[in-house]
Ligand binder design. Structure first.
Ligand SMILES: *Cc1c(COP(=O)(O)O)cnc(C)c1O
Length: 423
């Protein structure tokens, strides 16, 4: 599942001890295993080898250009959601013909950039967006390839913030409007309708939401065929869950086995957009204990990482397992809140968690932090963003350095009228 293991009571990533990494780059930091990343992307690819498919890695999960390059070398494309992600993907060498562009708020500029790059297709989320793409493509004298993103109204049975395929969600085009929108799209001269897209949510631990959504999409593809609209690409999105604590998510092989029978007679290229399932368990965030703070109510373990470094606990009350980098000799557990230095009560990494007792200076690994970890980091409280390292066997590769204080104010200026001396 991943390559973080204890050896002589020391936590290792592949063949490097986390203590050595702390020594080299300091804390907090993100640590990714090359071996795990490669295994995960290959497992996905191999699971679907009987079906013509393209993997468009959902780069919002982890968009470091070293990780993107690795995915590209493994034959993967990218699912992007902004002009910034397009820039990163191209910088990293992701072939533009394997890039798909999702998101409810693509701007005219972003659409133009994507058309210039000649990406594979836009996953269109509304009638308004379809018109804008048509207009921009018209101005450029090109035809834009599009899939329409369908909202199949399926409950993915996951956290509400990461459910995207319910009627009330902002994503996609409602199934009842879909036919009409496809007809409109097929009549636009600067639009080429090539696909159907759907992505119902993230951290799915059951297969039925996938198959239920797929059945609805396949029925739509049938209807479209009758109307003379031939679909060449079927994009089923991402969303496969991972183990954070005791979840038992399906393996990509299980997903392939569940959907293959439904795709028997379909002459479509399958596109998938896995994010979390590729990178989630391939990374940890390492932090150091600053203080144990005992109050009347409870013990707080104050660490040097905070919600700006890893937002998921604060944002979704997400659970991340926490491991001592050096296995403590006593296994006596104490129930504590593990909190960061930020001035918010919502700044925590774990709440009411039973962990072996910590002392100041201990290193802790926040597990399963490879997805939606660094990409959600901010500079809140003027905290420089932390470094990222990629471990390959015995080697530590720094793939992003720690930000400096100068980075914090880059782009800021004091206007002339304020430039009088301050005292
Ligand atoms: C976020 C997202 C994904 C990836 O989801 P995971 O749960 O990380 O696999 C795929 N497609 C779209 C459109 C997304 O927004």
């Amino acid at each position: 599942m991943h390559d973080f293991h204890y050896h002589d009571n020391q936590l290792y990533c592949e063949n490097v001890s986390l203590e050595e990494i702390a020594h080299k780059v300091g804390t907090p930091c993100y640590i990714y295993s090359h071996k795990t990343l490669v295994r995960h992307i290959r497992a996905f690819d191999q699971a679907f080898n009987a079906i013509p498919h393209t993997i468009a890695y959902a780069m919002k999960a982890n968009s470091n250009i070293a990780i993107l390059r690795l995915m590209a070398q493994e034959g993967s494309g990218a699912d992007i959601v902004s002009g910034g992600e397009l820039f990163r993907a191209l910088e990293a060498g992701v072939p533009s013909q394997k890039i798909v562009f999702a998101g409810v708020g693509k701007s005219g500029d972003e659409i133009e950039q994507a058309l210039k790059a000649d990406i594979l297709m836009f996953n269109v989320e509304s009638a308004g967006e379809l018109q804008l793409i048509h207009e921009v493509a018209g101005n450029m004298g090109v035809r834009a390839r599009v899939a329409l993103r369908i909202n199949p109204d399926i409950d993915p049975k996951t956290h509400p913030y990461i459910s995207t395929g319910l009627k009330k969600s902002k994503f996609g085009i409602g199934a009842e409007r879909a036919l009409e929108e496809f007809k409109t799209a097929s009549e636009l001269t600067h639009i080429e309708v090539v696909g159907v897209h759907c992505h119902i949510g993230s951290q799915l631990t059951e297969l039925t939401p996938f198959t239920d959504a797929l059945k609805k999409i396949l029925a739509l593809i049938e209807t479209l065929k009758v109307q003379g609209i031939n679909i060449r690409y079927l994009n089923i999105g991402g969303g496969l869950g991972i183990t954070y604590s005791d979840e038992v998510p399906p393996h990509p092989k299980d997903l392939a086995a569940a959907i293959s029978p439904l795709l028997q007679d379909l002459k479509c290229q399958l596109i998938m957009e896995p994010g979390r399932s590729i990178v989630g368990n391939a990374g940890v965030m390492m932090t150091r204990v600053l203080y144990n703070k005992d109050t009347e109510a409870k013990r707080f373990v104050v660490v040097d990482a905070a919600m700006n470094d890893l937002l998921r606990p604060s944002l979704y009350e997400a659970y991340h397992d926490i491991q001592h980098v050096r296995k403590p000799s006593s296994s006596r557990l104490k129930t504590v809140d593990i909190v960061g230095p930020i001035c918010e009560s919502g700044d925590f990494l774990a709440k009411e968690r039973a962990v072996p007792e910590t002392v100041s200076g201990d290193l802790l690994a926040v597990m399963s932090a490879g997805a939606y970890g660094f990409t959600m980091a901010s500079n809140y409280n003027s905290r420089p963003r932390v470094p990222e390292v990629l471990i390959q066997d015995h080697e530590i590769h720094v793939i992003r350095t720690r930000e400096t204080y100068a980075d914090l104010i880059r782009g800021e200026t004091i206007p002339a009228f304020l430039k009088k001396s301050t005292s």
